[in-house]
Design a protein around this ligand. Structure first.
Ligand code: IPE
Ligand code: IPE
Ligand code: MG
Length: 242
C-alpha cells in the first residue's frame, strides 16, 4: 500500500546549477520541472497527500534576486498550473506564514485554495514561507488568545489540541519525508508532524530527481517496520508466548 502522505524537501537546485556553471536561478527553474513531474506522477499513482517544501521562512536571507526568482516561480506555478491541477481533481493547500507576504501572493494562494477546495483527488500541500518554529509560535499565540477569552482553559491543552492550532490542523502527519541533495537535516520542516515519520535522504540534486528515484524511495519505505514506540510484532507475540 502507498504511504498516505509523502513530504519532500526539494533541495540542491543551487548545487545542480553550479555543477553546470549556470546561475542558481537556472537551478530553480530546472527544479520547477521536477516538481511538475513528481506532482503528475503522484496524481497518476493515486497518492492521497503530497507536501512540497517550496520556500522556508529562512530563505528570505538569500540574495534579493534569488528570493525574487523563487517568488516569481511560485506565482508562475499558480498562474500556469492551477487550471490543470483543478482539472486533475487536485486540492491545493498552503502552509506557512502569510502575514508578511505581498498582497498579490496572498491573493493567489487564497485563489488556489478556494478554486480547488471541493476536489477529492491528490491533496497537494505547498509549504511556502514555512518554518516549523514559526508555525508552533503562531499556534501558541492563538491558544493564549483563546485562553484569555475563556474559550479554552490551560487544562484543555493536549497534543491533539496543539496540533489543531497548527497550519497542518486538517492534514495527516507525513508517513515518509524525502530530502534530496544528500543533506540530512529537517531545516525547520514539520518538526512537530515528523514525530514518527520515516526519512529518506536521497543523494541526487532535486532537478535530477526522477520518477524512478521516487518509486525506489517509496519501495524502500515498504521494507520498514514502523513501531510507534511499541514492540516489533514478532517480539510481542514471543513475549505473550513466554
Ligand atoms: C532548494 O535548493 C530550493 C530552495 C531552498 C528554495 P537550494 O537553493 O537550497 O539549493 P542548494 O542547497 O543551495 O544546492
Ligand atoms: C530547505 O532547504 C528549504 C527548502 C527546500 C525550501 P535549504 O537549502 O534552505 O536548507 P539549509 O539551509 O541547507 O538547511
Ligand atoms: Mg539548499
Amino acid at each position: 500500500m502507498l504511504p498516505c502522505h509523502i513530504a519532500i524537501i526539494m533541495d540542491g537546485n543551487g548545487r545542480w546549477a553550479r555543477a553546470r556553471k549556470l546561475p542558481r536561478v537556472a537551478g530553480h527553474r530546472a527544479g520547477m520541472k521536477t516538481l511538475r513531474t513528481i506532482v503528475h506522477h503522484a496524481i497518476n499513482i493515486g497518492l492521497k497527500w503530497l507536501t512540497l517544501y517550496a520556500f522556508s521562512s529562512e530563505n528570505w536571507s538569500r540574495p534579493a534576486d534569488e528570493v525574487q526568482c523563487l517568488l516569481s516561480l511560485l506565482k508562475l506555478f499558480i498562474y500556469h498550473d492551477l487550471t490543470k491541477l483543478h482539472a486533475n481533481n487536485v486540492r491545493v493547500h498552503v502552509i506557512g506564514n502569510r502575514s508578511n507576504l505581498a498582497k498579490d501572493i496572498i491573493a493567489l494562494l487564497h485563489q488556489a485554495e478556494m478554486l480547488t477546495e471541493k476536489n477529492t483527488g491528490l491533496d497537494l500541500v505547498v509549504a511556502f514561507n514555512y518554518g516549523s518554529r514559526n508555525e508552533i509560535v503562531r499556534a501558541v499565540r492563538k491558544i493564549a488568545i483563546d485562553i484569555i477569552s475563556g474559550k479554552i482553559t490551560g487544562d484543555d491543552i493536549t497534543d491533539t489540541l496543539l496540533a489543531s492550532y497548527l497550519d497542518t490542523a486538517k492534514i495527516p502527519d507525513p508517513d515518509l519525508i524525502i530530502r534530496t541533495s544528500g543533506e540530512m537535516r529537517l531545516s525547520n520542516f514539520l518538526l512537530w508532524q515528523a514525530a514518527y515519520s520515516e526519512f529518506s535522504f536521497v543523494p541526487c540534486f532535486w532537478p535530477d530527481f526522477s520518477v524512478s528515484d521516487f518509486e525506489e524511495t517509496v519501495a524502500s519505505f515498504y521494507a520498514r517496520e514502523r513501531r510507534f514506540g511499541n514492540l516489533k510484532r514478532s517480539d510481542s507475540i514471543r513475549e505473550v508466548a513466554l
